[in-house]
Ligand binder design. Sequence first.
Ligand SMILES: [Zn+2]
Length: 469
Amino acid sequence: MGAPSLYNTLTRSVEPFQPLAPPRVTLYTCGPTVWNYAHIGNFRTFLFEDLLRRWLEHSGFDVFHIMNLTDVDDRVIKAAAAAGKRLTEHTEPFAQAFFEDRDYLRIKPAHVYPRATQYIPQMIALIERLLERGVAYKGDDGSVYFALAKFPKYGRLSRLDTRQIKVGARVASDEYAKDDPSDFALWKKADAEDESVGAAWDAPFGRGRPGWHLECSAMSLDEIERRFGAQTLDIHCGGIDLIFPHHEDEIAQSEGATGQPFARFWLHGEFLNVRGTKMSKRFGNFLTARDLREQGVDAAAVRLLFWQSHYRQPFDFNDEALGGATEGVRRLGEFHERLKTSGGDLPELVKKLEAEFTAALDDDLDAPRAVAALFEFVRAGNRELDRVTSTKGTGARAAFERVAGLLDVLPTPKAVEPALAGWVAERLAARSQARKSKDFKAADAIRAELRGRGVEIEDTPQGTKWRVA
Ligand SMILES: [Zn+2]
């Protein structure tokens, strides 16, 4: 097993990673709130988690990946009510859209996608545990709150100045600012709007619905307790904006109930700006994954673009950068084609590529350095193949496919219509006939004709190959 080092938000330092029970790694990543389409800022986080997962697996770990879908919280209820729909009627299309976007971006599916509305009994049980242990109480407004004063460790993850905690003050909304740490709602008494969309459940402490933070604690603990008899996650991930209050509250609820550390490693992905500013509908720069797909952007280019910045660095998504990544993907695809026909082993270059790639990703997933090593391999490989005439062996191709495959940045093959394929076959047969009768002028004309429809051909010892450029 390899030994990657990862930056742990809990300790604010890069630490060698080892799971509690190797080779198993339990990984929980906060998933999308399915009130609307996920934007590409969300997907930057999901892509960093995808790279983490792939690298851990490549390093020999057996990763069990849990990603929740938040299908009930303040925003979901508001959106469903505005649309005049029941909760699931509103969320289901967005959940399906999320899975489509995930597949478009080649993100490996998690092993399970627990949905909050399907874990209400576990949430109620968790609240009862917290009430029994005296770290939660029922407020006079009929909601149940977590008592910050009973959990002295509160604020460790976000380095909150605990003197700011207003003892006895309460906050019921799912989102609030760091300068307003108060007792937060675990269970909210149902109001008319909740009832109208079907977001209300009976519980021993009153009819209501879960707070957003509680959902992740209940779902993650249930998954790892039931499957592995564990109460501590190896890794918990999310976007940097979730550190406070969401992850802070998850820690309080989980540790308040189990008395065990909730997660050993906390990893957070930085923000994404679009065209210079924070993404917002108001600035007209709100981008979803489906916008990119509809514009015909190759997912490989989006992946390569994101790998060109470290996940802990802010990053600006703009058309020029996307254009650069698209060009990069094209070069990778071209080099891949070259390796298929005349790759050779290139042992020195392969050794260098693999050493640099591994060192980069072991160093807190330094994807930009890994990408640089890949392109250096392309440059040096092209030089070498220009120089050497006879190349045998497939070592270079295998290494290239391993590395480019882990980043998953090779161009998506263009789908070819059957009509086009039939026409190409017919033209290639005519060209072959022309060449046999030494009519090279006619053969060249056919090549030009094919190129006119975007078909590139290549004569190899195994016959003429073609592809849509
Ligand atoms: Zn969460």
